[in-house]
Design a protein around this ligand. Sequence first.
Ligand SMILES: CC(C)(COP(=O)(O)OP(=O)(O)OC[C@H]1O[C@@H](n2cnc3c(N)ncnc32)[C@H](O)[C@@H]1OP(=O)(O)O)[C@@H](O)C(=O)NCCC(=O)NCCS
Length: 118
Amino acid sequence: MSTYNWAIEFQGVVIGNIAVVTQDDECFTCHLGWQIDKPYWNKGIMTEAAKAVIDYLFDQVHYDRIASGCDTRNIGSSRVMQKIGMTLEGTFRRYCYQKDGSIGDKFYYAILESNRRC
Ligand SMILES: CC(C)(COP(=O)(O)OP(=O)(O)OC[C@H]1O[C@@H](n2cnc3c(N)ncnc32)[C@H](O)[C@@H]1OP(=O)(O)O)[C@@H](O)C(=O)NCCC(=O)NCCS
């Protein structure tokens, strides 16, 4: 089984990563995770990276379904999921535990190869 984890480089510096964090190659499906250093937030960098990764995973790896998820309080991450064409499939209640002890709900998004251009 292959693993996938890309560094995100900006002006010669690694500022983040995007990775396949779980996968089921028999079902042609995987789950993406991502992070970027705070000074680089809200510049469209993760949206650009995630679009490229999704194209690669559909076209080269031939996944049929790519998912991701985040705490419902994580507006930036959920916006990335929306901007790359993912659809909100559900909300898991009391699923995200934070370091401050709080518990949040989790948005669950996915995109299918068959509707990626819609
Ligand atoms: C989530 C994360 C990867 C997003 O990366 P990014 O490069 O900043 O994302 P983009 O710039 O491509 O898109 C972010 C979008 O969220 C929007 N956004 C962020 N915070 C927002 C807020 N408080 N209110 C409204 N919109 C907000 C931005 O305006 C942008 O949308 P727009 O292009 O429509 O204006 C980054 O914030 C991060 O690494 N966070 C910490 C780690 C993390 O949360 N990882 C994900 C765990 S599920």
